[in-house]
Design a protein around this ligand. Structure first.
Ligand code: 13P
Length: 261
């Protein structure tokens, strides 16, 4: 089963509208022609700016292969939910994807498997691709419970979804200890968890669906380690933080993905 790679930048709380637009302009200059992305081995490319700057980044990306996503999404359509943004608002703004359940949301903003599940369902219903994040902390890895944690996050986060829904879902495995630390998982460590995630997905949704789901790696992915990670059998792209803020680094990772498996 050949899966089209996806290289996604999570800008986190970085980049003003002006800076974000400039970054996308610079990325566009450096990217291969993505009009036939997924046909000729060119990956899909996504950037996820902060909510407020989505409009200007969508404008900057217009006419190019760069897609724009959000970093969160609320499960209700509208109402008294101060500080939240709904799926229809994201659709209207031109977002095609939304990151859900990032470990920083779980750690600092009380995100749980249950809220991840609600957000994921809302995204799918609205036709927005949900990039659902899972991953263990350093303590969990050292206690030997990585698989238990990841399995719980996958089973609870995707509870109630159908194989058809899974066409609108991408998984991102982001070991918390590798995020922003410069400590990247080795190719083998990452592949081992990705393969395990695919086993869980097969159990939940069947082999054909599981084989089509893209599983991204995130955590200190950089131009110099991307190629090895992206060559792994079950690694179908990257969710990139720090290195997505520099056009040359981000484009180099896209390039590494173009030459992968
Ligand atoms: P870094 O690439 O900065 O480690 O961040 C990874 C991440 O959290 C992407 O969502």
């Amino acid at each position: 089963m050949s899966r089209c790679k996806l290289i996604a930048g999570n800008w986190k709380m970085n980049m003003t509208s002006a800076e974000g637009s400039q970054l996308v302009e610079a990325i566009k200059e450096l990217l291969p022609d993505g009009s036939d992305a997924c046909q000729s081995g060119v990956p899909e490319v996504l950037v996820c700016p902060p909510f407020l700057t989505i409009g200007s980044v969508v404008n900057a990306a217009r006419g190019s292969c760069v897609k724009v996503g959000a970093q969160n999404i609320h499960w209700e359509e509208s109402g008294a939910f101060t500080g939240e943004v709904s799926a229809s608002m994201l659709n209207e703004a031109g977002c095609t994807h939304a990151i859900i359940g990032h470990s920083e949301r779980r750690q600092y903003f009380a995100e749980t498997d249950e809220t991840v599940n609600k957000r994921t369902k809302a995204a799918v219903k609205a036709g927005i691709v949900a990039v659902v994040c899972v991953g263990e902390t350093l303590g969990e890895r050292e206690s030997g419970i990585t698989n238990d944690i990841v399995e719980r996050q996958i089973r609870e986060g995707l509870k109630g979804l159908t194989p058809a829904d899974m066409e609108k879902i991408v998984i991102a495995y982001e070991p918390v200890w590798a995020i922003g630390t410069g400590k990247v998982a080795t190719d083998e460590q990452a592949q081992e968890v990705h393969a395990f995630i695919r086993v869980i997905l097969t159990d939940m949704f069947g082999e054909a669906t599981s084989g089509a789901i893209r599983i991204l790696y995130g955590g200190s992915m950089k131009p110099d380690n991307a190629k090895g990670l992206l060559a792994q059998k079950d690694i179908d792209g990257g969710l990139i933080g720090g290195a997505s803020l520099k056009a040359t680094d981000f484009a180099a990772i896209v390039n590494a993905a173009s030459q992968g498996k």
